[in-house]
Design a protein around this ligand. Structure first.
Ligand code: SOE
Length: 406
């Protein structure tokens, strides 16, 4: 495999002249992350066409023009329909809250554009189904529709999938997945759109649970077939937001308070198609846990373990080794032979959160140009949406638990 010296020769080749015009809707946290992905992918990877940041869209003209200048977009629009209609936009990237995903994605696909849509795919199963139907019609015309489950693009997790595909874990027994953050611990943290059911669909479940459900199914290579859940909203009222959110938070509007209409934390167990058991925990109220997406998968031949807070590492235990010397060992997934790493730094120099968006952009471009099946597809996004809906249904039923005798 190419080491860095050879890779450098490859990246010194003249950049491709053909471009894929990207139009992005939304310019907050995810908009910034996706911008970085589009800006960088064509400079790092040897791509058949280079993404061009054609136009960015948001409702507030001053703010969207500032975002365009900051993130390197050539133009700014204030109406997503105008963005979709632009001749220099071939792909529409949707980074808005979930309540507008379906409308924008379906309109873009019907206008002949490729689509990348942030997760969760939609706020309801019905919306996701309509999006899949639009994606299927568009696929017949050669268009691509992809959902942005960016953590599949962490090299250590892509590599974990390879180990499982190769049978190194054997038949799977357990999938244990948690996604823990703490940005809502403070009860004075304001009521942003992520705390409104109308806009976000659900709370920790859709925001964080969607990622770990997708990863569990992607890594295991099989779907969840049943779930049992509990859910809680610990802080039921929060200060109303004054103006736009900044990142995950924002300034409160005096003393006015509004009702939180989503879950703060959702826990559930599940069963995969093969009979393997799974457990999940999604919360934004785990004090001290910043972006702790952790996974452990146990099979009859071995186990893997991963923590997003140490994202260059994968732990692997090979249970076929002699018991005296077997045990979890830490693999640094930073070699040029590892997924995506051939184009980055010399061995051992490591990547971060933002690189997942660069890898996502690379994969979207290649999928379009090489005519590959889209992965993760809108159908994958719908399947996750069905799991989220089943979790919500179960949590609603489980509000009264089997009592514990005291
Ligand atoms: C906030 O909880 C958030 O930004 C999620 O919305 C993202 O999907 C996740 O990648 C990081 O945390």
């Amino acid at each position: 495999m190419a080491r860095r010296e050879e890779t450098e020769q490859v990246t010194e080749a003249p950049p491709p002249t053909a471009t894929l015009g990207v139009g992005m809707v939304g310019y907050a946290f995810m908009g910034a992350a996706h911008s970085q992905g589009w800006r960088t992918a064509g400079h790092v990877f040897d791509l058949p066409v280079r993404p061009a940041l054609a136009a960015i869209c948001g409702r507030d003209r001053t703010a969207v023009e500032a975002a365009a200048a900051r993130h390197g977009w050539a133009a700014a629009e204030t109406d997503w329909r105008a963005l979709i209609a632009r001749d220099d936009v071939q792909l529409v990237d949707i980074c808005t809250p979930g309540d507008s995903h379906a409308e924008i994605a379906i309109a873009a696909l019907e206008a002949g554009k490729h689509v990348l849509c942030e997760k969760p795919l939609a706020n309801t199963v019905a919306e996701a189904e309509a999006m899949v139907e639009a994606a299927e019609r568009a696929a017949a015309r050669g268009q691509v529709a992809i959902v942005g489950f960016n953590y599949r693009k962490v090299p250590a997790l892509t590599y974990a999938r390879t180990l499982i595909e190769e049978g190194r874990l054997g038949a799977l027994r357990h999938v244990r997945a948690t996604y823990l953050q703490d940005w809502l611990v403070d009860p004075e943290s304001p009521l942003t759109w992520r705390l409104e059911r109308e806009r976000a669909g659900s709370g920790a479940l859709g925001d964080l649970g969607a990622h770990i459900v997708d990863l569990a199914q992607y890594l295991a290579g099989e779907p969840l077939v049943g779930v049992s859940a509990v859910s809680e909203t610990f802080v039921r009222e929060r200060p109303v937001l004054a103006g736009a959110a900044a990142g995950l938070s924002g300034a409160a509007d005096g003393t006015a308070r509004g009702v939180v209409t989503v879950d703060d934390a959702t826990l559930f167990t599940g069963r995969l198609a093969s009979g393997a058991l799974a457990s999940f925990e999604a919360t934004r109220m785990a004090a001290g846990r910043k972006n702790a997406l952790r996974l452990e998968i146990n099979g009859e031949l071995g186990s893997i373990a991963f923590d997003l807070e140490r994202l260059n590492e994968l732990s692997f235990h090979d249970h076929t080794e002699p018991a005296t010397s077997a045990g979890f060992r830490r693999i640094l997934v930073t070699e040029p032979q590892h997924p995506y790493l051939e184009a980055w730094w010399p061995p051992g120099h490591g990547l971060g959160y933002e690189h997942t968006f660069v890898h996502q952009a690379r994969d979207v471009v290649r999928t379009i140009v090489e005519g590959r099946p889209p992965v993760p597809s809108f159908a994958d996004g719908l399947q996750v949406q069905r799991v989220l809906a089943a979790v919500e249904e179960s949590a609603a039923k489980n509000s009264v638990h089997t009592p514990v005798l005291l």
